[in-house]
Write a new protein. Sequence first.
Length: 179
Amino acid sequence: MVGNFIGDFVKGKDVELFEGHIKKGILLHREIDHFTDSHPIVKVSKKRLQPKYHHYAPVIADVFYDHFLSANWPNYSEKPLLEYTESFYELTKAYQSVIPAKAQNMLKYMSAGNWLYNYQYVEGINQALTGMSRRTKFESKMEHASKDLEKDYDAYKDEFERFFPILKAHASAFLNHLK
């Protein structure tokens, strides 16, 4: 879980600095990103966003998919979402020594606002995307993306629901291959 969380913060061959489950989590994160970015269902979501958000469309689509995972959490886990998110934040405290500084900085905000829990709400998605928009180099317009989520909610939900089982199966096969 921790390795998967820090995946975006560990660049290139730096993955070799990590061992065991942390390294597997980083590799899983990279595989999920690659698989998701190239999947035809996800491309439909990104294509809908691309004219307005350009190269930020993949980021926004990922956040939209996070929303549907959180909003429908009981379909994917027996552990309640609040309990899951609180255990995640507790777990990251135990692994602070391996979490890169930029990830630790973001984690402070994530934990304080319980982003992972609040992703289930469109307002939580709006807050996350607005925060991301403030941190981009170029104008992203991500602060407006939640309106697009609401406008095409059923289409994004359908795409997520068709894609997520495929992603779960792929991730499981990838982890089995790593053993």
